[in-house]
Design a protein around this ligand. Sequence first.
Ligand code: AMP
Ligand code: GLY
Length: 421
Amino acid sequence: MNVGIIGSGGREHAITHSIKSSKNVENIYCIPGNAGTNKIAKNIEININNFDQIKSLIIEKSIDFLIIGPEKPLVDGLVDYLKDTKVKIFGPNKAASQLEGSKIFTKNLCKKYSIPTANFGVFQSSSQSKKFLEKSNYPIVIKADGLAAGKGVYICEDKNSADQAVDEIFDGKFGFAENILIEEFLDGEEMSFFIITDGVSIKKFETAQDHKRVFEGDKGKNTGGMGAYSPSRLINESLEKKIIEKIIKPTLQGLKDQNIDYVGFLYAGLMIKDNEPYLIEYNVRMGDPECQTILPKLKTELLEILLSCVEKTLDKIKISWSNEKSLCVVLCSNGYPDKYQKNVLINNLDKLDISKNNLCFHAGTISRNNKILATGGRVLNFVSLSDDFSSARKKIFENLKILNWDKGFFRKDIGYKVIDL
Ligand code: AMP
Ligand code: GLY
């Protein structure tokens, strides 16, 4: 079968790596992919916002199965757009993707189905919001409603910074804003919880802890993710049961009650306090870098799992995981998440010590004239699996040392909650 994978990040390189060895795969087309996917599959340079071109490509290359990695094409309705083609698609449709595309949609669903989450209010104007903020407790959380690549969230310590956040959002920093969300601040520890569903049954898909802030000690600006480890140190049987029963199942039921089918990964960003889960947000895809961290632990064929979701036979699949601990450290361009240089040469990639348990997934890279250049903020993902997190971290640092890329930086404390640094 011919497989298409939409996206160009570390997540998509990890997915490509996982399905590459499936016996049923003939060709893998990465749309547009990166320098890493280019080595193991065929990259096709297409703007993923151009649905017409994607459709033509599917027909031209006889793509049988399409896996959509990032949120934007899901939220923009690529699944619905391709409905009249024969391609099988892994990923939720436009209506289901509102879980990520509209924070207000999700909050209202939480309210209706008593899903534990932060108390919230929705406001339509700057003056209305600021008035509410006069009598609020701090810190408080202010969010733009739509997709903002992880950036439309402000944690405000006082009224001044809250007013500023309101102004920035209504001034259009994250696109035209009709509404703003003001939320109670949840105290606790975060966890990324993943399930996969065919719309009928659900299966858990491991846990991870992401490190979103740019600097060590969880300081500085929010990023797409600087590293992760899996499993999360917080997970246990009773917590897992609570997450499934109190959060995941009522959410999928809420969609069903609106006649919305959900096929794909569902990523619950949770705050855990005293072994109780609270939903911070949903994403309708795998996390990045959680995907790079989790997939190497998967023992069942990924392609088989994803296909079973489209065919609604997920209940027949047993998903097995290795017991090893997995750690991922993201190497970023200097300056990220603000301005950084593009087209910077990366040497030494061929010298890395790569094996089944020691991997390097590309993110913002391209290949030009047999050279590999960094083009993105997050550039490479170093992943290692081991019996313990500490050895995994050691192995990653050895590879980072071999690479010796002086145009980038990484957090040295990824996994600090599970490793004595
Ligand atoms: P989101 O894009 O909604 O995941 O938010 C980005 C980050 O902001 C989360 O990963 C949390 O670290 C933080 N955050 C969002 N909402 C809250 C909240 N209600 N309480 C505390 N932290 C939050
Ligand atoms: N790691 C955070 C995200 O994928 O949104």
